[in-house]
Design a protein around this ligand. Structure first.
Ligand code: ZN
Length: 490
């Protein structure tokens, strides 16, 4: 008891001492000013705010680093070049030269990269980082992405308040994560009660958020697109329950305001063909394309499950309606954000936890992969997106699995699959001038592997080092996901 009392007294005194100390620091003498003083009182002096420390992963200004001796796979079409040196300056690639020709810039740091394979940082063209905003979970996903080689993602219509914060934190290097490019979502007013949209507009009445807008014939589209742009979004995602005329009008206005146009491949009742005629930059979910070739289609997004797609008309690969659609996609240069991985994810969840799984999908993974394969044969640009996260025990992002699906099930060459996850995904986000290939002037976003992904695509899991905007993230520093980070989410 005595000891307790003494301890309490000491704590009170210590607290008092701290208070006094604080008063002194903050100009405590000002409190002693006499009430009979007249005229303006001097402002109490304030301690200067300490300059914040540079963020932990901030890109450097002009530090020169030479990655010497690696094989460069630049996905631009030329064969891999062995024994090269990649010179980065600050956050950009300065030069790529044969290692034997290297004239070492003064003050350069050398990273011995002999035996390594260098390719552009991977880009996931379909994630949802803030559907039900949870900063801790999102940062965990971003960390797994980045240390596995994913240097940019396209987040396809989530809570823009949360996305803007995550995008900023990652961009300035406060957290280890990919660059984030995101969309504002437009849908018919009868879709605004969807649970995901409600979750990504918490605290607001449906349809009043600038990043999730209900659109009908009376909407002032100029204002709608401008408001969407103000959220920091770079694209409009045309999601569901919109007429062909509205889809065209939204796409036209978005282009006029220099926004990307990212549409679902079926917008209910707007068919894939009608979506393509609106000339979006990309269309999402290969499974939707099958609705073009069937007699009965759902009129609303909510009715998808009642119209499951039968693979039979597509299995021989000679479906004329599909062939014409794929030709149109190729001719218009519209990117197919295929998202094969999500169809497999739904099937896995239904098998593992039947009581707590999504309803049966309108399209099987088998059919989705079949349609992606047909698109590939027709020369359609296919980006690599996942629309879902890898399981908790996977030390790599879902994009790694999508790449394996593109090679093993869709039948792409490893190089074409890598093009999907780099240069074409960069195009899908409108970022091809900045990223997606290894070229002087582009961002120094580089994935170094220990083995050759062109021989075996699973080498993308044999990561040595990720470089994003010139900052190095060695795989050995990767901290695996913790249970508390992902509780209830994966
Ligand atoms: Zn999505």
């Amino acid at each position: 008891m005595q000891f307790q009392k003494a301890l309490t007294a000491w704590r009170c005194n210590a607290a008092a001492r701290l208070c006094c100390f604080f008063l002194l620091l903050t100009g405590g003498e000002a409190f002693a000013a006499q009430p009979d003083q007249t005229g303006p009182q001097p402002e109490p002096s304030r301690p200067p705010l300490a300059a914040p420390a540079a963020p932990r992963f901030a890109p450097t200004q002009d530090k020169v680093v030479v990655y010497s001796g690696c094989t460069v796979i630049d996905v631009s079409g030329r064969p891999p070049r062995p024994e090269m040196a990649i010179i980065t300056r600050g956050e950009r690639i300065d030069a790529i030269v044969p290692a034997s020709d290297l004239q070492l810039p003064a003050g350069a740091e050398i990273v011995d990269s002999r035996g390594k394979f260098a390719l552009p940082g991977l880009i996931n063209s379909h994630v949802h980082l803030a559907n039900h905003p949870d900063r801790r979970f999102a940062e965990a996903m971003m960390r797994r992405d980045l240390y596995g080689g994913v240097t940019a993602v396209r987040s396809m219509g989530d809570d823009a308040r949360a996305l803007a914060d995550l995008a900023r934190a990652s961009r300035v290097g406060e957290v280890a994560g990919p660059d984030i490019f995101y969309a504002a979502l437009f849908a018919g007013p009868d879709f605004l009660q969807d649970g995901r949209l409600v979750a990504s507009t918490q605290g607001m009445a449906p349809g009043t958020a600038a990043w999730v807008q209900g659109i009908d014939d009376k909407t002032d589209l100029r204002t709608a697109v401008t408001l969407a742009k103000g959220t920091g979004a770079v694209g409009i995602k045309i999601y569901a329950n919109l007429s062909p005329l509205l889809v065209r009008k939204i796409a036209t206005e978005a282009r006029r305001q220099r926004m990307q146009v990212w549409a679902h491949a079926m917008v209910f009742p707007t068919t894939p063909r009608e979506v393509v005629e609106a000339r979006p930059d990309s269309i999402s979910h290969t499974g939707y394309l099958g609705y073009e070739a069937v007699a009965k289609r759902p009129k609303r997004y909510q009715d998808r499950e009642a119209f499951p797609l039968d693979p039979a008309p597509f299995e021989r690969g000679d479906n004329k309606v599909m062939a014409a659609l794929f030709d149109a996609l190729r001719e218009e240069g519209i990117i197919l954000d295929a998202t094969n991985y999500v169809f497999e994810t739904i099937e896995r969840m239904r098998a593992e936890t039947p009581d707590n799984a999504p309803p049966p999908p309108y399209c099987s993974s088998y059919l989705a992969e079949l349609l992606t394969a047909e698109a590939y044969k027709h020369g359609v640009l296919i980006s690599a997106g996942t629309d879902s996260f890898a399981p908790a025990d996977d030390p790599f992002s879902a994009l790694h699995s999508e790449l394996e699906i593109l090679v093993r099930k869709v039948g792409m060459t490893p190089l074409d699959a890598l093009r999907s996850a780099t240069v074409i995904s960069a195009m899908s986000a409108g970022q091809q001038k900045e990223m997606g290939t290894l070229e002087p002037g582009k961002l120094a976003n580089i994935l170094f592997l220990n083995s050759d992904p062109l021989s075996d695509i699973s080498a993308i899991r044999d990561v040595e080092l990720t470089v994003k905007r010139g900052v190095r993230f060695p795989r050995k520093d990767y901290q695996p996901l913790t249970r508390s980070e992902i509780e209830g989410r994966l």
